[in-house]
Structures are given as C-alpha cells and as structure tokens.
Design a protein around this ligand. Sequence first.
Ligand code: MG
Length: 408
Amino acid sequence: MKVTRCATAVVEANYDYTYVRIYADNGVYGTGECFFAAGLTAALREMFRLLIGRDPREVDRLARLLWRQGSGAGAVAGYLYNAVSGIEAALWDWLGKSTGLPVYQFLGGKVRDQVRVYADCHAGDNLESWGPMLLPRRPRWLAEALAHTAGDGDRYDPARYRRRAAQMVAAGFDALKFDIDSIVIPTGEELHRPLHRREMDRMVECVAAARQGAGDHVDLAVDCHWRFAPSEAIRIARALAPFHLIWLEDPCAPENWRDMSEIRQAGGCPILTGENLNRRHGFWDLITQRAVDLVAPDFQKCGGLLEGKRIGELAELQGIRVAPHNIASPLGTIASAHVCATLPNFVALEFHGSDVPFWNNLVRFPDGERPVIENGWIAMTGAPGLGCELDEDEARKYAKPGEGFFEE
Ligand code: MG
C-alpha cells in the first residue's frame, strides 16, 4: 500500500481551518485538520514529499519521521507539529475507511458512546475572525453577520455574560467557558501592568453574572489567556472560589510549570493549562509534578491523535483530568472526539464555533443530515474513519483566497 498524492484546503472561518488530504493506491483518501499557522500549507507541501510512496498503514512510523525531519531531534515545540497533527489524523481517517473501522478503534476502543462538549462563550459573544498572526480580519460572512447584529453594548459587560450563559444553556450545553483576561482598565500597558482593583471587581461581577445566567447545575470555567502574574492569579482564584468553577485556565505565563503549581496549591479553583504544548514531553513536568488539575492538549497541534491519547494516559497516572482545547471546524472537532471517547479521565471537549454561521454545514454524515453537536454531546457512531466527510461544496464557499482547494 502506498501514498500516491497529498493536498490541502483552507477555509477562512473564525480561524483558518486548514485541511490535509492523503490519497493512497487503494483508491481511498483520508482527511485531517491542522491548527492554523502562518505559512502552514507551504510547510505541509514540503512534508508531503516525505510521504509519497510510503505505506500509509504505518501511521506512528510516519508521524515520528515527520517529527524528526521537520523539527530537529529534541524539539517539542513549533508550528510544524500543527502540520504533522493534521497529516496524522488524515492517515487515521484513511486507515479507518480502508478497513471499515472508526478511528477510536485504533486508539484502544471507546469507553463512552458520546462525548461531552463545552461551549466557549468568549466574553459574551464569539463573532470574530483572525488571520494566522492573530490580526483581526473581516471575511464576507463576518461582515454580513455583523450587519445583522445590533451593537448591544461593551464586551466584558456582566449583562452580556448573563445573557450568553442563559442562551447556551438553552441550546443544550451544561458546561460553559468565559474569558476574563481582557477586562482591563485601559492604560495602553494592558499586558504588562499589575492587576487593578477595579479590574478584579469587574471579573467577579462578570463571573457572578455568568453563574446566574447558567444556573447552579452547569459547569463553568474561565480563561485568563496567560495574562496575570502568579501572585495575582492566586488572588483571582480565591476571589472566584465562591462560584465553584470547574477550572481556571492559563492563569499566568505558560513557560514555568512551577508558577502553575504554586497557584494550584494556593487553592480556590482547579487549574488547567496546556493548549500550546506538544507531545508527551511538553506535558511531562506539569503532569509528573502534579502542577495542574487538568490538562488541555489540542489534538490538531500536539503531535497527532495517538499522541493525544498518550498524553491523556500519562495524565491519568497522576489523577489529572483532560479537557482538550479545540478551535477546529467540525471535522477536527470530531477527530478530537475520537480521542476523547477513549480516555477515562476525559471531562469535556471545547467548541469554539458557536458564532460561525456555517460551522455545522462543513461536514456530512453517512447516516444522514444531523447537527454535529446535539444538546451538548457528540455521538460516536460506528462509521468508518472519522465518521464524517468535509462538505466540499459548502467549504469551497469560504475557501481562503490564494490557497488551493485539494488541488494537485
Ligand atoms: Mg484557552
């Protein structure tokens, strides 16, 4: 069995949904999704040269070849892992379709039949789009959506948190996440100055409003996007303790696991981090030192679905739970769900596309039309591979200008 052709496509959504497709000489292809990065499709094209003529059944062998050839031995960071992760997922999809088995079977089999999803609610809405260097942009779909949205006040307004929480609970979700990192009193030095008392008060008001809107039986998490110093994060965790958060995410700069450990030991909220870490090695200190309560690998960048499974197993050894980061399209989200279905210590998978009007239309299922997420859950079927196909007619409508669409 041999890989005969590889191709990419990019959809310009809230982020660049970057797809990899791998074709083999049995007439079957597999599709995977990468976490976005600048220059990613050029990197993928370079990697494809290593795949042509290789046996696509040797998934781990190929992933390790790409890790080594693409990053240099010992490097466990860098966006080349985004590329490898998409390729690896495409190989699993191909193998599943070629053998008639769902991808979770290759990861040890599922331990649950449906995967719980939590809704990322940002700061009360999520209607935005970002280029690969996190510069804001306005594709046509966004301009149209914004034209239909009356300006309903500031982000970081408690009323907005309350409203959004109630909306998402009404949509069926029983776990939500809100951002609290950008509630700043503008000084022009937002990222570098100490936490202001007013800022702290506003955070507490916003989380209280979200709790009120969501109700007591909904799991609530907050994200700090690495914004605070450890001593500030400890104050925040203690101030938010009365709201019984399921986690406080990325409270401080990610480089030093000891900071996370200190915040965790101070109590107040369970601590989660890990969305930018790759391979088991990236998670090693956090997990072996019990520096966090939960880890959040992103399976579109951490090195692949199998490596995601291994990270989850490493965490399980230390009593640490897994709540994967996910900003992917439905295809990547479902790929992640295959890993989640196999992890006993899994909590919930992120959903970041609630304000992308066409999110749900980007995939088709072999058993007919249905929403990807129903009442906050993804059903794991026995369909081969990832169990879904990219809807190419729909995806092509939002294809990123200047990028190919699965062309030679
Ligand atoms: Mg986050």
